[in-house]
Design a protein around this ligand. Sequence first.
Ligand code: FUL
Length: 499
Amino acid sequence: MIESMRTKAPIILAVLVIAMSAANAEKSSAVELGPNDSPDQILAKAVSVVPSDRQIAWQQVEFAAFLHFGMNTFTDREWGEGTEDEKLFNPTDFDARQWMRAVKAAGIRMVILTCKHHDGFCLWPSKYTEHCVRNSPWRDGKGDVVAEVAKAAHEAGLKFGIYVSPWDRHDKSYGDSAVYNEHMKNQLRELLTGYGEIAEVWFDGACGEGPNGKRQEYDWDGYYGVIRELMPKAAIAICGPDVRWCGNEAGSTRASEWSVIPGGIDASAQDVGSRDVLAAAAKRGAWLTWHPSEVDTSIRPGWFYHASEDDKVRPLRDLLSIYFGSVGGNAQLLLNIPPDRRGRISDHDVQRLQEIGDYLRATFATNLAAGAKASATNVRGHDPKYGADKTVDGDAETYWASDDGVTEAAITYEFAAPKTFNTAVIQEQIRTGQRIEEFALYAWADGDWKEIAHATTVGHKRILRFPEVTTEKVRLRISQSRVSATIANFGLYEAPAIP
Ligand code: FUL
């Protein structure tokens, strides 16, 4: 049985608003808005908010895999009760290396494993519970899924992250807040010390206890403290200060995705960071933090594997559109691929992952703008360090920038010979904040500039797709930005037709 996803959204949201205020406990690059701030002061404050190194590393992952695997895999459910017999967990042909081969083929750079889902069953032999792999027949109770997956990921050059559900339907202490919080921290300590580098800790906001169910007050700051102490480079996601939930589980993305976000916003709102949102946030004296978006969605209808969904693996075209909307829309894509009862990723999903990777590799094989002659209408301080050529030098760290107060500017790229393309990639230098609000791309045709695409925010990455053009000159025109603009990278590509 697959429970409806819809019932979960409000529960997740309620927790998210709390988590975001807790996030203010860490104000590394946060700034407080005030009711007397002028519009210019608000923008200046907004661009002063920059990502931490941990957030930059997270953003550069771009494409990650969620691996929902556990008791539900064997009971054919999405949410377990916590009363399932440990003996049911028994993969027949477990092979974490096969998982890594499958996800790597798609171009994925990180995997996040559901070490403990809501049923409380632990995929590692936790000394704090009997509801774990130790009491299963798998590997005679001597197995450790977390260890095998972490090892296989690291060996394959992939980052490894953990999903640990705070909502635990098995543990007797759940609802006895202080006692359960200690239990949760003990389990986090096990996971953060025994399995090598952990790149992300994913905290689910779901809590399905009804109005008469157990009320557990989560000690978020306590959980964060354990993570910061034991794994300072790990990004804490969703109910956490480093990464924000995009607000839906369908793979829908925003046309304008901001990473500078005021506290207290609704995670599912369409507009999370425009000038209007900032002005309203200033009135209530909200804090602005760097809180980038993660788009989590499943390759199949459910999060866990169900044989009945083998023929429901999402079509390549849909998955690519989610990829371009998320990775190409200033978010990270966390695509769920659920291993089956054998403990392997099924052939259906393996094939789709290969197709995704083949398509992306073919698309991004050659940057047709690399080394183009580039000139800008304004260069910060006339300093060659910020020249337009820095956008096509193949170095994502160097960048073009405009002077403060120059919020409109254009960069023209000229090629030695005409180029044919249908895809553009634009990246800001987010170490200096997120600034671009609106821009367009033009191609030189018949003695004039013709618009080929336009969009709003850029942030870490914007990917534009448009009908094929052939031209010897392209212009990137920024029509609105905050204080000044930067471009770290500009690319043009010829994507093949989607098979
Ligand atoms: C939700 C959970 O309830 C689902 O089971 C799944 O783990 C998803 C990623 O998050 O809130």
